[in-house]
Write a protein that binds this ligand. Structure first.
Ligand SMILES: CC(C)(COP(=O)(O)OP(=O)(O)OC[C@H]1O[C@@H](n2cnc3c(N)ncnc32)[C@H](O)[C@@H]1OP(=O)(O)O)[C@@H](O)C(=O)NCCC(=O)NCCS
Length: 185
């Protein structure tokens, strides 16, 4: 396993997103436009835009990861921890995407689980939330599989596709994560 991986499971590994990922992620994002719309904002795909996206992760409030196949290093997903609040909250908001060529294979059950464990064990976070539009069934299924609980419903929560969309609020706290013998660091 490459030393740049932070953790791995049976099939995928996670590492931080970096400048060298520009071409691969841009091509994957372009090919995934139908999968991502209208759930995540579309991006123009320029290098300048990618650099400003990466600059976000230099702030202590954001962290960005890619999910890679363990064997080849090919990127199969992305997971961000946004809006990190320290102090007495120790919380963050999880964002994630799969890519069209590798969706529906369970990689996103494995990759985000590694990020969640890393966030609790290494970043010292206590709670991660995921805010999901009710119609986004694959995303709801994913957080259910990851062990999140549904905490509530937030009307007009976030601007998406030009409208203030209602979202379901799902969250997981560190005490809800069972020990996992399949991942290692
Ligand atoms: C939400 C999203 C990340 C889920 O990705 P995904 O590829 O469906 O997730 P997984 O990799 O876990 O694949 C799950 C499917 O693989 C199947 N699968 C196949 N092999 C599997 C394996 N070995 N292990 C687990 N699941 C497996 C599962 O049964 C499941 O199928 P189902 O949905 O028919 O039940 C993806 O739909 C996406 O990128 N959506 C657009 C962006 C988005 O909505 N982001 C979140 C905003 S809140």
């Amino acid at each position: 396993m490459s030393t740049s991986f932070l953790a791995h499971g049976p099939r995928v590994a996670i590492r931080r997103i970096c400048d060298q990922d520009y071409e691969e992620i841009t091509a994957l994002t372009r090919a995934s436009a139908k999968l991502h719309h209208p759930w995540v904002p579309s991006r123009a795909g320029t290098r300048a835009e990618f650099e400003s996206y990466l600059a976000r992760f230099e702030q202590p409030t954001h962290d960005g990861f890619v999910v890679c196949l363990r064997q080849t290093g090919e990127i199969v997903g992305g997971v961000n921890i946004n809006n990190i609040v320290r102090g007495s909250l120790q919380s963050g908001a999880l964002g994630y995407v799969a890519y069209a060529s590798t969706t529906g294979r369970g990689y996103m059950a494995e990759g985000p689980d590694l990020v969640i464990r890393f966030a609790f064990a290494d970043l010292g976070l206590h709670r991660l939330e995921a805010n999901i539009q009710p119609a986004n069934k694959p995303s709801v299924k994913l957080v259910e599989r990851l062990g999140f609980r549904r905490e509530g419903y937030s009307p007009a929560f976030q601007l998406a596709d030009g409208f203030w969309q209602d979202h379901e609020r799902w969250a997981i706290t560190s005490d809800m994560v069972p020990p996992d013998s399949t991942s290692s660091r």
